[in-house]
Design a protein around this ligand. Structure first.
Ligand SMILES: CC(C)(COP(=O)(O)OP(=O)(O)OC[C@H]1O[C@@H](n2cnc3c(N)ncnc32)[C@H](O)[C@@H]1OP(=O)(O)O)[C@@H](O)C(=O)NCCC(=O)NCCS
Length: 228
């Protein structure tokens, strides 16, 4: 049994929140790298590099080293794109968490799960820019060593209690094809995957990186809140 407390964000949590977000985001680099390697055009490029170097050098080993070099370059590119994505989040709502989520009278809030004085999980909710009238669940993340113990579900439950108090009709969230643990969490709560689209950036298009919009109509909330 974990003795954690879920409470509203305080300014002293700032660095911990940003670190949990960055670490949770960064852990998907490996999966996206494998996804990139599965793309036919990347496989064709690797074969081409191998053949070219092999023909030019007459050595299989040099050909393999060349392929290794290209694979390393692909890995570094994926890592670079991820770092850009992380920086985007850190410069958006997480740049000034108090201002983004905790203004009095605003229909938004940010919570942390605290365990023995450390922040181990986060979630926020605020009006959705892309979908007026809906609220967006954001920045759900739990430190790796505390996963699988219901922390994320408890954080979501806190956010939904807030939603219920503010008479919000619909909650949406955006996620990507690699955040499969999060999909299970969302489906276990009652969210439905309703839209999918390729992330609108040139590198994401090249590897067919899919994103999803999940939605939950809040008339379903009372049942969900009664489950735990
Ligand atoms: C997604 C994440 C927040 C889940 O945190 P968690 O504390 O482990 O989740 P919980 O223990 O509350 O699990 C809640 C439900 O999610 C599902 N779930 C979560 N992780 C799962 C896994 N690895 N395998 C199977 N089901 C899983 C379960 O159905 C569980 O429901 P149950 O209690 O009825 O079994 C966590 O994996 C994480 O921080 N990931 C990295 C950051 C991230 O990807 N965030 C999502 C951004 S869109």
């Amino acid at each position: 049994m974990l003795w954690y407390q879920i409470r509203e964000y305080q300014d002293a949590d700032y660095s911990a929140v940003r670190t949990i977000y960055s670490t949770g985001f960064r852990e998907h680099v490996g999966i996206v790298y494998l996804l990139a390697l599965k793309q036919p055009w990347i496989q064709a490029m690797l074969c081409g590099v191998f053949l070219l170097i092999h023909i030019l050098s007459g050595s299989i080993l040099t050909g393999i080293l060349g392929v290794g070099g290209v694979m390393l370059a692909v890995r570094m590119s994926v890592q670079y794109i991820f770092e850009q994505g992380i920086q985007l989040g850190l410069r958006e709502d997480l740049l000034d968490i108090r201002n983004s989520y905790m203004q009095p009278g605003n229909r938004s809030c940010f919570w942390v799960a605290e365990l023995k004085g450390s922040i181990v999980g986060t979630v926020g909710i605020l009006p959705c820019v892309e979908e007026p009238g809906a609220w967006e669940l954001k920045r759900i993340s739990v430190k790796k060593e505390f996963r699988g113990r219901g922390l994320a579900k408890a954080l979501c439950k806190t956010a939904f209690e807030f939603v219920a108090r503010h008479n919000v009709k619909r909650v949406v969230l955006f996620t990507s094809m690699v955040q499969t643990d999060a999909h299970k969490l969302y489906e276990s709560i009652g969210f439905k995957k309703e839209e999918e689209f390729v992330w609108p950036s040139p590198p994401a298009r090249r590897i067919n990186f899919m994103c999803f919009c999940f939605r939950l109509e809040t008339q379903r909330l009372p049942d969900m809140l009664l489950q735990h």
